[in-house]
Design a protein around this ligand. Structure first.
Ligand SMILES: [Zn+2]
Length: 753
């Protein structure tokens, strides 16, 4: 029997040496089906196959010849596996299963032993397989690790110019490179290099050009990966062309009158520009959106495709406004593509949410936009949160308008050790307060460490550590490590599990000042949250200096605010008694509707300070709980949030959020509407009322001790409160009767008098 021409030189040598005959060699080939689909089937080494088929050990000189130019170890794969801790029995079993099922050896070993197949061995097995294919068939296998971007661009070019993508996909092949030999040949990686149709079609293309075909093997998975990447990039390029087409139509943008009508973007905003950016309208549009947002001092930019148009809204002072007239729907994909390029996101990925960051200079300051994309029904919604470093520079004095509250917070912040909780819902300005407290303390003599997720602002002079998802760098373990760094103050970005809570409390008991953020609605709720997490009540009671809770209310525009006298009914609704005070003057915001703003702009009556919004800037309302002895006892006894809040109001004179907000209204900082929007909830009011009732009861039972220390003003206030409370209780009871006593236990409580 003559040696078939497709046998590799090595195969021929083996036959000529008399070790194996042609028939046996063909069986060896059958065990090594040369197609990229079965590459992963690796496991049996060539030597093992040869020996099992001939029934004879491979002589040393042939073995040597076989592996001559080999960098791989010639020891069998099975030996490597044994060295990794698998037993011979397990491997035998797995090999048999591989032969029976045709499934990869790695899979079989995993299912038999229940242990994962070591990655490096998998890689080695594949390498060995590549080599053996080469030995047997004389063709190389494409090594994905050597397939870099240069190779990829050669492939791209060859697909564009020589081997059409249709052929690539039909036969699962990829052109890899053109050799500089004479005649030149084209190296083509094929999943199945024995496919004769493919060979015909390729030769049909190559021969007329005087080129020859050089086959290479590629594993199915690698083929799919590379062709997928090629198609993705092609899609991205098409998208880019679409964008350019879209922006070529300058007419489109001229029709969007509001963009032209934008107030002239200040010169400084020109810093907001891509390096080498051209003046394409979409780039301009996106830059204008960003610049306008910065100019107006908004916190978030929302870009939202609707069914028929694209809406851009800004969140300013906590409330969303439409920033531009609606844009044509066709702008949605180009704007989203542009923002993704700026944020270095995957432009072609439109089915999964993505996060990124855009960093630009604005008026000489660094501004970061945190970009998040979300596929929604009518297209991708993109939200940009503006991280303004100015927020880290506000002093406590500017933040807290109420002197008494300011003093309490400052006193707390200067304590040498203990735990301070900062609570509030998302976006209530917690971090601003936290940074202001740190600013108060950030001196050369004080070491401040923070553990955050994510680090949004860089604070000079402070050691900031980023939390990672891995176990070794979560909040709790970093916190442990920070304790060895000899800090004075530790800030825990957020306490959300037992370990972190426990470590934070321990640290504060061991002599560090620990500040941490908790998601809770009010001060007492934050304490309850700690105990829900599993913190020991008595330790919390010992460690806790206090809780700061806050909300942000929009500051009324002093330029256009409208004074008015609120009705008694309106005031009573907020638990506010006017008796003994005469008529109260409060302010309403002069908030205009979008069409009114347009009109006012035309007639020149638009307020230049707030542009018709009625508000400008924000003011924080605080509820600061200082844990005195009485509260400590309650906390260590595990009292309910309600009991703790009542006691704080009665014994520590805590101003509740509602009370503080109403003071802000009275002082003309904000409006009742804002209090209603941000602070007021029915359950909140009920708690307030209960606390006040309790306070009245306490005072009436032991007036001598309590009233003695009160100033005349406070006494007056107390009387006011009592009166107000009576009115409210009455109204409250009436309301409850109306609701048919359906309010649960509360409704069975007898009236206070
Ligand atoms: Zn105004």
């Amino acid at each position: 029997m003559s040696v078939p021409s497709y046998f590799s030189p090595v195969a021929k040598i083996l036959i000529e040496s008399g070790y194996i005959n042609v028939k046996q060699m063909q069986r060896v080939f059958a065990q090594f089906p040369v197609t990229g689909e079965s590459l992963a089937q690796g496991g049996l080494s060539l030597v093992e196959v040869l020996e099992s088929i001939t029934g004879q050990p491979l002589p040393e000189h042939l073995r040597h010849h076989l592996w001559r130019n080999l960098s791989y170890s010639s020891s069998s794969f099975a030996e490597e596996l044994i060295q990794s801790g698998f037993t011979r029995d397990q491997i035998q079993q797995a090999l048999a299963a591989t032969r029976r099922s045709g499934r990869p050896l790695s899979e079989m070993i995993e299912s038999i032993t229940g242990h994962p197949f070591p990655d490096d061995l998998l890689r080695q097995s594949q390498q060995q397989w590549f080599f053996e294919i080469q030995v047997l068939y004389g063709i190389k296998t494409l090594d994905p690790e050597k397939f870099d971007s240069t190779t990829f661009s050669q492939t791209q070019e060859l697909i564009e110019t020589l081997i059409p993508i249709d052929i690539c996909r039909r036969y699962r092949l990829l052109p890899v490179k053109k050799t500089k030999t004479k005649p030149p040949s084209v190296v083509i990686a094929m999943v199945n290099p024995e496919n004769l149709d493919a060979e015909d079609d390729l030769n049909w293309i190559l021969r007329p050009r005087g080129m020859t075909l050089q086959r290479m093997l590629i594993a199915q998975e690698n083929y799919q990966q590379i062709i997928g990447k090629y198609l993705d990039e092609k899609l991205a390029r098409q998208k880019q062309i679409e964008i350019e087409k879209a922006v070529d139509v300058k007419q489109d943008l001229k029709n969007i009158s509001s963009i032209d009508a934008l107030p002239n973007v200040p010169k400084e905003a020109e810093e907001i520009n891509l390096k080498g950016a051209d003046d394409a309208p979409v780039i301009n549009l996106v830059n204008k959106i960003l610049a306008k947002a910065l100019q107006e001092g908004v916190s978030d930019i929302h870009i939202e495709p609707q069914e028929n148009d694209l809406r851009v809204r800004f969140r300013k002072d906590g409330v969303l406004h439409q920033a531009f007239d609606l844009l044509p729907k066709r702008m949605a994909p180009v704007v989203s593509a542009r923002l993704k390029i700026m944020a270095e996101l995957d432009m072609t990925e439109r089915r999964l949410p993505q996060n990124g960051k855009i960093r630009r200079m604005y008026r000489g300051y660094r501004v970061d936009f945190r970009v998040s994309t979300l596929p929604s029904r009518f297209g991708e919604t993109i939200v940009l949160r503006i991280l303004d470093y100015g927020h880290t520079q506000i002093s406590l004095d500017n933040l807290i308008t109420n002197q008494e509250t300011l003093n309490i917070v400052k006193e707390m912040a200067h304590r040498p050790f203990g735990l301070i909780l900062v609570a509030g819902p998302t976006g209530c300005g917690k971090s601003t307060t936290l940074y202001s407290i740190l600013r108060e303390q950030n001196e050369v003599g004080v070491k401040i460490c923070t553990v955050e997720d994510p680090i949004e602002y860089t604070l000079p002079g402070i050691t900031q550590v980023q939390v990672l998802r891995e176990k070794t760098r979560d909040f709790a373990s970093i916190l442990q490590a920070l304790l060895l760094q000899d800090p004075d103050i530790i800030v825990v970005g957020e306490t959300r599990d037992k370990e972190t809570a426990k470590t934070a409390i321990e640290a504060s008991l061991r002599g560090y000042l620990v500040l941490t953020v908790l998601h809770a609605n009010d001060t007492a709720g934050a304490i309850a949250r700690l105990s829900e997490m599993g913190a020991e009540s008595y330790l919390t009671a010992c460690a806790l200096l206090g809780v700061i809770c806050q909300r942000l209310l929009r500051r009324i525009c002093v330029n256009c605010r409208i004074p008015y006298h609120p009705s008694v009914r309106e005031l009573t609704r907020f638990g506010w008694s006017t008796s003994g005070e005469g008529e109260v003057t409060l302010y309403k915001a002069n908030a205009l509707q979008p069409e009114e703003i347009q009109k006012a702009r035309i007639t020149g009556t638009l307020c230049p300070r707030c542009n018709g919004i009625g508000y400008k800037g924000r003011v924080a309302a605080y509820e600061v709980m200082c844990t005195g002895e009485h509260l400590q006892t309650l906390i260590s006894e595990g009292a309910s949030a309600e009991q703790i809040k009542e006691a704080a109001v009665v014994h520590e004179g805590m101003k509740t959020l509602l009370f503080y907000s109403l003071e802000l209204v009275r002082e003309g900082y904000t409006t009742l509407a804002e209090v209603e929007r941000v602070v007021y909830t029915d359950s909140g009011l009920e708690l307030e009322l209960k606390a006040k009732r309790q306070s009245t009861l306490t005072h009436s039972s032991s007036p001598a001790t309590d009233v003695k220390n009160l100033s005349t003003n406070q006494l007056l206030r107390l009387q006011q409160l009592e009166k107000q409370f009576e009115e409210l209780t009455h109204e409250f009871q009436l309301l409850k009767q109306e609701l048919g006593n359906g309010l649960g236990e509360e409704s069975r409580t007898p009236p206070a008098d």
